[in-house]
Structure formats: structure tokens, C-alpha cells
Design a protein around this ligand. Sequence first.
Ligand code: DHB
Ligand code: FE
Length: 295
Amino acid sequence: MSARITASVFTSHVPAIGVAIDRGKTGETYWQPLFAGFQPARAWIRENTPDAVILVYNDHANAFGLEMIPTFALGLAASYEPADEGWGPRPVPTVHGHPELAAHIAHSVIQQDFDLTLVNEMTVDHGLTVPLSIMFGQPQAWPCPVVPLAVNVVQYPVPSGRRCLQLGQAIRRAVESFDNDLDVQIWGTGGMSHQLQGPRAGLINQPWDKAFMDRLIADPADLAGMPHIDYVREAGSEGIELVMWLIARGAMSDCAEVADPAERADSAAPSVVHRLYHVPASNTAVGQLILEERP
Ligand code: DHB
Ligand code: FE
């Protein structure tokens, strides 16, 4: 039996959320409503823990500097140690990879004409560990292996929404051709609107964020045509992180490309299991969304 994508999870990665968890502050007045909002997602993932997560995220100049700027970098390692700027490495478990699945994705996606960078050794920062903490809390060990896919959204030029959606489609084909009985989730992380510096620092655009979620759910192909300058103008300079959500969305069955749409056996839009929008967390609007494939 082949592997399959069962669900996609979308979540912000605000580093202060990680610090609130690590330092026992989640019950404080500022954080309590946000963590209450995360509870349905945590309950869902306890019941739906996958065999592996493909975690689409961005590094913040921790693993990669300006020496090399890979647009799409896939992790093939057996393990990844946490690292971070600012507050320093988080006291969270080592992230274990899935080298066999990752190597298969590398082979399949590169043969589908995506020139991935392959990474055999790297650290992972809050972009990857905060989503794990938001979903899984504080376990002794992360409950499943993770295949990291680091996307450059820090140093221009960044990839387009269309390219991200297409990469998600290619990843779906890769997973479905992996001859191994695995339930795989794909997570798209980062966002929502935030701008961390300059005269517009603190920018949060709630109507735009909510419309982004609506469009991501209902019409991802249309959303993928939005140019990057719109993200930056409307959602702030770091709002461009949201383009990564299109990779996870593109991996859902209703985005799969088929020669004849009538042949599309599994084209139903995914079901929305959970949706959260909360302001503020640090300088950022927090969004969370879970989409599940219909049986
Ligand atoms: C913040 C948000 C981010 O996405 C990030 O990478 C760093 C800081 C913030 O809101 O403070
Ligand atoms: Fe970030």
C-alpha cells in the first residue's frame, strides 16, 4: 500500500509562543485565550497523529545565512537539533527525520522538474519547532518523524505563490508513489500578517488575513496568482511567510492535476476541521487551520 496525504495543517510560528510554552507562561492573561484557541487542534492531532509530517517552514538566518540562499531546501537527515536567534535554542526534543520518505520525495520531485536543494545536515529554528509545540505541546519526544522543507521567504527574490502551489502538487504525487503504508500530513507554517521593522512595524491587517484563509480554503488556484508585492503591501514584510501555506494546500487532493477533470475521483474540497484567528501574539496575527481529506 502506498503512502497518502491525510490532512494539511496551517499555523503561525511566532517565536514568543515558543517562549511562552517553554517558560510556563501559557496560563497568563495575555496568552491564555490564544492557548485556549489551540486546544481543538491539539485534541484533533491526538486522535490523528500521522506517521510522518512534511513540515514546510522558513529558516530565519539560523541554518542558512547569506552565503547560500536555497529557494526550496529538503531535509534528508536522520535528526535535526534546535537552534535559534534571540532567545537561543529552545529546550525542545531533537527533531527526528524520515530519511527514506525524504529521499523518495527528493527523487520524485526533482524528476518532476523541481530543482530542490538537498540538505543532509542542518539545525531547525522556531519556524519549525514552534508549530510542533503548538500542535503537540511539551512531549519528551516528538510523536512522529518530520521531513523539513525550508523555503526562502527572508531574502529576495522569494518564490511565487504559483510555484508554491505547484510544488505542493508535486509533493502529493511523490507521497502517493512511496511504496510504504504511511499516513502523511503536510504542514504550511508562518504568517499571518506582521511587519517587524521600519515605519510600518506592528502592521496587522485582520480583514486581509481572514480573506486569505477564505481563499486558501475555497480557491487556492486563484490565490496562487497573487503577486508577492500584495502580501508585503497588505500583510507586512514578514507577511510574505504566508506564501508557504500554498505548498501544503497544493498537496490536497482537490488541487491534484488530472488530464480530464471528469476523471477526478477525489476532487471534493477538504473539510475544515478547525479554524482560528487571534490578535495579537507578539507583533503578529496568529492563524491556524486544519483541512482533512474526505474519506
Ligand atoms: C515574530 C514573528 C516571526 O514570524 C518571526 O520569525 C520573528 C518574530 C514576532 O512577532 O515577534
Ligand atoms: Fe518568521
